[in-house]
Design a protein around this ligand. Structure first.
Ligand SMILES: *[C@@H]1O[C@H](CO)[C@@H](O)[C@H](O)[C@H]1NC(C)=O
Ligand SMILES: *[C@@H]1O[C@H](CO)[C@@H](O)[C@H](O)[C@H]1NC(C)=O
Ligand SMILES: *[C@@H]1O[C@H](CO)[C@@H](O)[C@H](O)[C@H]1NC(C)=O
Ligand SMILES: *[C@@H]1O[C@H](CO)[C@@H](O)[C@H](O)[C@H]1NC(C)=O
Ligand SMILES: *[C@@H]1O[C@H](CO)[C@@H](O)[C@H](O)[C@H]1NC(C)=O
Ligand SMILES: CC(=O)N[C@H]1CO[C@H](CO)[C@@H](O)[C@@H]1O
Length: 352
């Protein structure tokens, strides 16, 4: 694994005019803080390694991959959460991600409120209108502007964790085989990805799902197989990823003036983590709570001392160091399988 973060922040100008983020808890930067949900983490020890040591609502000890990608793209400030952004700075992009959210509307309801992908896209449509008016209601100008921006989307983990593999709360696993369920999700997801195009996106990054069957919370729920992970969850997620990649080709064929790319999170996360200093692979760094957002850190308990040795921050979410590896290899691919058909740096430079 190459975890070296290539710091290319040498110029004052970002490589693209704006950056929009759609996703779940892996990218959420505070959108759930005011919602009635267990899926919010605006309390210590979350944020212990964030500038100022403050809990912002990010589901990790420091920055998440979306934050780090923003820096790699040359943005000096963090992309603002949609929930609280109001001013003209929205033209630089927004983060719509929401913990617990999924491709399906019902996903994550067991945790409480959240902003599902349909709603994130609806919010984006309203923001696009606001940007147009901020830019003087010149549709040609705004269309051209939005076409140069980067849009990242990472969705689907909760459709497995907080839906399919929660049979006491959801009946999807009785109604669909893993194959049928992957089809159902991908069918809906491809429409959602198309709607980004309709809102003016032309450079879209789609993150595949990681091996969520390896998270401490799922291993503790289901029991580990010889792999150390819950094989049936990883097998189901792999079906999803295998169907997602061809969708990228389909979208690129359908929309000649756009480029969608796929990030293979599985390829990025495999390998030998001990080679870069990780020593704790299965245990979370903080003390997960059994009743408080199940798998999230217990409030106000001290986390482990050396976060750089841990893969998992809490029962579900990786540490900042893992986010850094994901972001840097999504930005500059370290192996041909990391991204398809190109990495984010190439996408940012692309003249469409
Ligand atoms: C970053 O945010 C600060 C505070 O909101 C603002 O004053 C500054 O202009 C921003 N910088 C950039 C490059 O957007
Ligand atoms: C609208 O923007 C386009 C592209 O930037 C520009 O060529 C045109 O002059 C603008 N129209 C008006 C009315 O300002
Ligand atoms: C499964 O759940 C959905 C939504 O809760 C419900 O509409 C549907 O009737 C249920 N199907 C079965 C077979 O129980
Ligand atoms: C994984 O473990 C479960 C529970 O122990 C068991 O039922 C299942 O057969 C195992 N699967 C594989 C592929 O070994
Ligand atoms: C992602 O990478 C993994 C590990 O190298 C590989 O097995 C898998 O086929 C890749 N998935 C896709 C959809 O390309
Ligand atoms: C961890 C890792 O790099 N896994 C694989 C990613 O894909 C390349 C091929 O492009 C393999 O060589 C790696 O083993």
């Amino acid at each position: 694994m190459i975890w070296m973060l290539q710091i290319l922040i040498t110029t004052a100008e970002p490589q693209v005019p704006c950056y929009f983020i759609f996703g779940d808890s892996l990218a959420d930067n505070g959108n759930n803080n005011a919602l009635a949900t267990q899926a919010k983490v605006n309390y210590p020890p979350y944020g212990v390694d964030f500038p100022g040591g403050i809990a912002t609502g990010r589901f990790t000890n420091g920055e998440n991959a979306a934050d780090i990608l923003g820096k790699l793209l040359g943005f000096l400030n963090y992309t603002l959460p949609h929930a609280t952004a109001t001013g003209p700075e929205i033209v630089k992009g927004l983060n719509y991600a929401s913990g617990g959210a999924g491709i399906l509307k019902r996903t994550g309801r067991n945790l409480g409120e959240h902003i599902n992908l349909d709603l994130q896209l609806k919010h984006h449509g309203m923001i696009v209108s606001k940007i147009m008016s901020l830019q003087g209601n010149n549709a040609t100008f705004t269309k051209d502007y939005l076409s140069k921006c980067i849009y990242t989307v990472g969705m689907g983990s909760n459709d497995y964790i907080n839906n399919y593999f929660m049979p006491d709360k959801y009946n999807t696993s009785k109604r669909y085989t893993p194959d049928q369920y992957a089809d159902l999700l991908i069918h809906k997801y491809s429409r959602q990805l198309e709607s980004l195009y309709i809102h003016g996106a032309r450079k879209v990054v789609v993150f595949g799902l990681g091996l969520i069957g390896c998270t401490p919370a799922k291993v503790s729920d289901f029991g580990a197989n010889a792999s150390g992970c819950v094989d049936k969850i990883n097998a189901a997620v792999t079906l999803f990823n295998e169907r997602l990649k061809p969708i990228i080709d389909e979208l690129n064929n359908k929309f000649g003036s756009a480029k969608y790319i796929y990030i293979n999170t599985t390829n990025i996360s495999l390998g030998d983590p001990s080679s870069i200093g990780f020593t704790v692979f299965w245990a979370p760094c903080c003390k997960p709570s059994v009743d408080f957002g199940k798998g999230q850190c217990k409030p106000n308990q001290p986390p482990c001392n050396d976060r750089s040795k841990y893969i998992f921050w809490d029962g579900f979410h990786p540490t900042e160091k893992v986010h850094m590896g994901t972001a840097s290899r999504a930005y500059i691919a370290a192996s041909p399988l990391d991204s398809y058909p190109m990495d984010i740096r190439s996408l940012a430079l692309l003249k469409l």
